[in-house]
Write a protein that binds this ligand. Structure first.
Ligand code: NAD
Length: 323
């Protein structure tokens, strides 16, 4: 297959491009590098089945011009700022890539009769009143809160994706991704796993916002990519949750990262930001049933691999402090 991956220079996108190439597909990556890094692709740049195009997917003309007449069998739309510091820095761009960017990628898929998958997020559930979150839960999102630029962009992206499926018959699939971690995250991206690892490796105090009793469920990147590809290869429309249901408090995550890093770091507590969800855990029954997917990598193994990756980049980690 020839697959167009938007956001392919980012954390998840680069792993997706690599895995698709490994199994023999051809990949065209479109990315404007607003939060992605070319170095994430350095090991695949020379692959003759890989093309990288620097383009903003919200610009339809530029996108069409850049892609030219490449064949398109599938489109994986991952382009979007994803971490809170990023989408707070570029709020309007985040809304735009979720709305116009998604429409442009849907048009591309529709024109080619291609499969389209949307990387949505567990953030569509907001601060959930239902636990664990099943796909039929509609969510509890503050439409004007500080996180709304991301949450509502993704909710619109889901709505427009569904509308293309219903009204045009586009072959669409929506995946709601829960917190995912692994190599190629940026030390400064502000997500809890990276912040804790960088702080532990620097010997700084780990910053917990709130009392640390809030929970998250962490999925290792290899598991997530296997789920994305299972969705890509299926005709499942979703939305389908992909994440690791092993729930953990933020405080216990901090302690585990300190221990695995061999660090002497202390833990410091700060006030909880507005609208920070208190519990997050996917119900993955649908993914298990329709995609035969379930996670395989436990938190110990995943964290060890992630910590080792950051430890091999001391300069980036040093420059990430303080948070
Ligand atoms: P990332 O920031 O590492 O990657 C996003 C990529 O999109 C970057 O390379 C960025 O440059 C690119 N991009 C942003 N706007 C663009 C635009 N207008 N045109 C072209 N490229 C653009 O983030 P990530 O963690 O890899 O997330 C990838 C996708 O998965 C996002 O859509 C995100 O919402 C979703 N997601 C991720 C997680 C997670 O835990 N990592 C959780 C839920 C959802």
């Amino acid at each position: 297959m020839h697959i167009v991956v938007s956001g392919g220079a980012g954390f998840l996108g680069s792993h997706l491009c690599e895995t698709l190439l490994d199994r023999g597909d051809s990949v065209t990556c479109v990315d404007n590098l607003v939060t992605g890094r070319e170095e994430n692709l350095s090991h695949i740049r020379k692959n003759p089945r890989f093309t990288f195009l620097t383009v903003d997917v919200t610009d339809r003309d530029a996108l069409d011009l850049a892609l030219g007449d490449v064949p398109v069998d599938a489109v994986a739309h991952l382009a979007s700022a994803a971490s809170p510091p990023d989408y707070h820095r570029i709020p309007l761009e985040t809304l735009l890539v979720g709305s116009r960017g998604t429409e442009n990628m849907l048009e591309l898929a529709d024109r080619h009769g291609a499969r389209f998958i949307l990387a949505s997020t567990s953030e569509v559930y907001g601060d959930p009143a239902v636990h664990p979150q099943r796909e039929d839960y509609w969510g509890n999102v503050n439409p004007t809160g500080p996180r709304s630029v991301y949450d509502e962009a993704k909710r619109y992206a889901e709505a427009v994706t569904t509308a293309y499926g219903r009204s045009r018959g586009t072959n669409v699939g929506i995946v709601r991704i829960f917190n995912t971690y692994g190599p190629r995250m940026r030390a400064i991206d502000g997500r809890v796993v990276t912040s804790f690892i960088a702080q532990a490796l620097n010997g700084d105090s780990l910053s917990i916002y709130g009392d640390g009793s809030q929970t998250r469920s962490f999925c290792y990147v290899d598991d997530l990519i296997r789920g994305l590809i299972a969705l890509l290869d299926s005709t499942e429309t979703g939305p389908v949750n992909i994440g690791n249901p092993a729930e953990r408090t933020v405080a216990s995550l901090a302690e585990l990262i300190v221990a695995l890093s061999g660090s002497q770091s202390e833990i410091e507590y700060f006030p909880l930001p507005i609208d920070d969800p208190t519990r997050r855990k996917p119900n993955i029954d649908l993914a298990m049933r329709s995609l035969q997917w379930s996670p395989r990598v436990g938190i110990l193994q995943g964290l060890k691999q992630t910590i080792a990756w950051f430890a091999s980049r001391p300069e980036e980690v040093r420059n990430a402090a303080p948070f």
